[in-house]
Design a protein around this ligand. Structure first.
Ligand SMILES: Cc1cc2nc3c(=O)[nH]c(=O)nc-3n(C[C@H](O)[C@H](O)[C@H](O)COP(=O)(O)O)c2cc1C
Ligand SMILES: CCCCC(=O)C(=O)O
Length: 386
């Protein structure tokens, strides 16, 4: 007799992999389960957003304003989710976005994420603020594709050192996050007095870096408070401007993507400066409260630079249907943040695989049922908008 799992694979998963573990397949329900299971501090940090949460809500409302208009009788037997991004072929238009401090939700943190990403051949973007080092995560990910995300530190020697380490460890593309020269106003963390960094989580790359250690006399020391305060002082660099982008090129010879672009003029400046891609993102609503929903800015940015550069998107993706909407509005691929952090917290590596499979399977089905067989065929004509 066949099992539900066999049927599930046949009907829903379209060869995307083995069965899903016993977790909700609706990622918004997964989110609710994580609220129950994670510690209040860790949950508050991951789920939290800036201020009153208006931007995080705007991210979701923006998705709700767009609706898919499915088309019929278009032979959707054979589908291919793969896309090309910055010269590499991805199995689907989905990446694991940079999420730091992941050992607050699971002891294996980014190592488990790297294994899950590698199993599905989905690129993982490793955060500068990861709980494991650039090298440890590369080793865990093996042959899997990996990108590195830079928080531009005050000390250029540390920045150059990070880029050198990432290159040596096989990270192929560089994501430079522009929207976080300092952390936003985050009431969840302030009220719970919870910061991963204070517990020494998220500083692994810094504490293992010769350039960082030079700034604190060569080693971290038994009492880590001096090192932690030094980290807090150097992690972000609010002084960088468009004139400094040349520094990145000098120290990185692969593709460079700027994350946190929301204005068309910024997108144009990025492209004029020779940047290879932009990520339209508001950091999942964690930085500026009262900011515009990220998806609301996507069409304008695509109209401004879409022909000249690769436009990626994140902030608010919770389903395959959301991926369809972002792609139809011109994103080449999307990054997810919180959903996979919840998968990790609930079930480790298998939980991250679960989240990726759910997204990819639902994307595949939503495309098929809308009359689409490849991401490149998704255009604004498949949407009814605001
Ligand atoms: C717990 C947490 C940590 C994050 N850490 C980073 C980071 O280290 N670097 C970065 O560029 N973005 C970071 N982000 C932002 C994500 O890359 C992404 O922009 C955001 O989560 C997307 O929104 P979503 O969570 O609605 O998918 C973080 C987000 C969360 C929730
Ligand atoms: C130093 C900041 C790292 C984490 C981060 O980007 C976030 O919490 O949003």
């Amino acid at each position: 007799m066949s099992s539900f799992a066999d049927f599930q694979n046949e009907i829903y998963l379209n060869g995307l992999g083995d069965v899903l573990p016993g977790l909700p397949t609706d990622l918004t329900r997964l989110e609710r389960l994580a609220r129950k299971r994670l510690s209040p501090g860790a949950h508050g940090y991951v789920a939290g957003s800036a201020g009153t949460g208006a931007t995080a809500r705007a991210n979701r409302e923006a998705f709700d304003r767009w609706r898919i208009v499915p088309r019929m009788l278009r032979d959707v037997t054979v589908r291919d989710l793969s896309v090309e991004v910055l010269g590499a072929s991805l199995p689907a238009p989905v990446l694991l976005g940079p999420v730091g401090v992941l050992s607050i939700v699971h002891p294996d943190g980014e190592l488990a994420v790297a294994r899950a990403a590698s199993a599905l051949n989905v690129p993982m973007v490793l955060s500068s603020a990861a709980s494991y080092t650039i090298e440890e995560v590369a080793e865990a990910g093996g042959e899997g594709p990996r990108w590195f995300q830079l928080y531009w530190p005050k000390d250029p020697e540390i920045a150059a050192s990070f880029l050198g380490r990432a290159k040596a460890a096989g990270y192929t593309a560089l994501v430079v996050t522009l929207d976080t020269p300092m952390l936003g106003w985050r009431p969840h963390d302030l009220d719970q007095a919870y910061l991963p960094f204070l517990r020494g989580i998220g500083v692994a790359n810094y504490f293992s870096d010769p350039a960082f250690l030079k700034g604190i006399g060569g080693s971290v020391g038994a009492d880590r408070s001096t090192a932690l305060l030094h980290w807090a002082a150097i992690f972000g660099n609010p002084a960088v401007t468009w004139d400094d982008l040349g520094f990145l090129r000098e120290h990185w010879d692969g593709p460079i993507v700027l994350k946190g672009i929301q204005h068309t003029d910024d997108a144009r400046r990025a492209v004029d400066a020779g940047i290879d891609g932009v990520i339209v993102s508001n950091h999942g609503g964690r930085q500026v409260d009262g900011a515009v929903g990220a998806l609301d800015m996507l069409p304008e940015v695509v109209a401004a630079v879409g022909e000249r550069t690769t436009v990626l998107f994140d902030s608010g993706i919770r389903s395959g249907a959301d991926v369809v909407k972002a792609l139809a509005l011109g994103a080449r691929a999307v990054l997810v943040g919180r959903p996979y952090a919840y998968g990790l917290g609930l079930a480790g590596e298998a939980g991250v695989r679960h989240v990726l499979r759910c997204l990819m399977a639902e994307l595949d089905l939503t495309m098929a049922l809308s009359g689409i067989t490849r991401p490149a065929d998704l255009t604004p004509e498949f949407l009814r908008g605001p």
